[in-house]
Design a protein around this ligand. Structure first.
Ligand code: CP
Length: 306
């Protein structure tokens, strides 16, 4: 694939091979302190219309590790934020840099950018998808289990962009993905149906339900994400009430396998979607998972830019 906009455009083999490359790059760095200098002289433009800690720092560091450079561009400081078209922006940036990573709101904006760019475009999060996060999540699962076969990942909470990418990515690699979301907060129906179609070919199991205990039963990995984020301040009180039964706490984790691991894409709101006991407890893998953003994205950059 030229771009990484969603995990749907990548084949199952491409996803597994990216994960294996990420594991290899991680191992090389841990064992020798070195990185392959495969992107020497390459420049990644990183457009952010929204704030970020992990995505920004891991992409910029990833480019540096591979011998290239990551250039931070605030969306509102670009002419794009003052009315220049996406098409013109894509064509102009294609003259200067070797790839674009963009974090923005509407998924269509990223698709439009990729359509007109002569260089690879990577989705660093849109309202619809968070593919780089899901790649790091799948890497974390693969490193723990050594396989995706027979592994159950349960997601509880908001049917958002993170869940969308987990459903598609999980379906591609043959995971059992069970999601429990309150009524009114379900994932996009079209994405769920796409994941179910993919699952028919890969042996994955894709389930979306309302009951959190049923979804968590027998889970190897238990994943959640924030209930309220920037831009949702006005509906925050209602959301906190609607999601109350979906908190990952000592009671809910009893339904998972005894050796379950807790995952969260971060940032986390302790006391809302997860208790401090769980996220800071011995079965939490959230910082390893955050660390894997660096390795998974280095694999994406190396694969797209070499
Ligand atoms: N998980 C994630 O995308 O983190 P940031 O918003 O900090 O990039």
């Amino acid at each position: 694939a030229k771009d990484v906009l969603t995990l749907e455009e990548l084949s199952s083999e491409e996803i597994v091979s990216l994960i294996q490359l990420a594991v290899q790059l991680k191992k090389q760095r841990a064992e020798t302190g070195s990185n392959p200098n495969v992107l020497q002289g390459k420049v990644l433009a990183m457009i952010f219309d929204k704030s970020s800690t992990r995505t920004r720092v891991s992409f910029e560091t990833g480019m540096l590790h591979l011998g290239g450079h990551g250039m931070f561009l605030s969306g509102k400081e670009l002419q794009l934020g003052r009315g220049e078209t996406i098409e013109d922006t894509a064509k102009v940036l294609s003259q200067y840099v070797d790839a674009i990573m963009i974090r923005t709101f509407e998924h269509e904006k990223v698709a439009e950018l990729a359509k007109h760019a002569a260089i690879p475009v990577i989705n660093g999060l849109t309202d619809g998808h968070h593919p780089c996060q899901a790649l790091a999540d799948l890497q974390t699962i693969y490193e723990e289990k050594g396989t995706f076969e027979g592994v159950k990942l349960t997601y509880v909470g908001d049917g958002n962009n993170v869940l969308h990418s987990l459903l598609i990515g999980g379906a591609k690699v043959g995971l059992h993905v069970a999601a429990a979301c309150p009524a009114g907060y379900e994932p996009n129906e079209e994405i769920v149906n796409t994941a179910k179609e993919i699952a028919k070919k890969t042996g994955a199991v894709i389930e979306v339900m309302e009951n959190p205990q049923a979804a968590v039963q027998g889970a190897d990995f238990l994943y959640t994400d924030v209930w309220t984020s920037m831009g949702q301040e006005e509906e925050a009180a209602k959301r906190l009430q609607d999601f109350a039964a979906y908190q990952v706490n000592e009671q809910l984790v009893q339904w998972a396998k005894p050796d379950y691991k807790f995952l969260h894409c971060l940032p986390a709101h302790r006391g809302e979607e997860v208790t401090a006991e769980v996220i800071d407890g011995p079965q939490s893998a959230v910082f390893e998972q955050a660390g894997n953003r660096l390795h998974a994205q280095k694999a994406v950059l190396a694969a797209l830019l070499q």
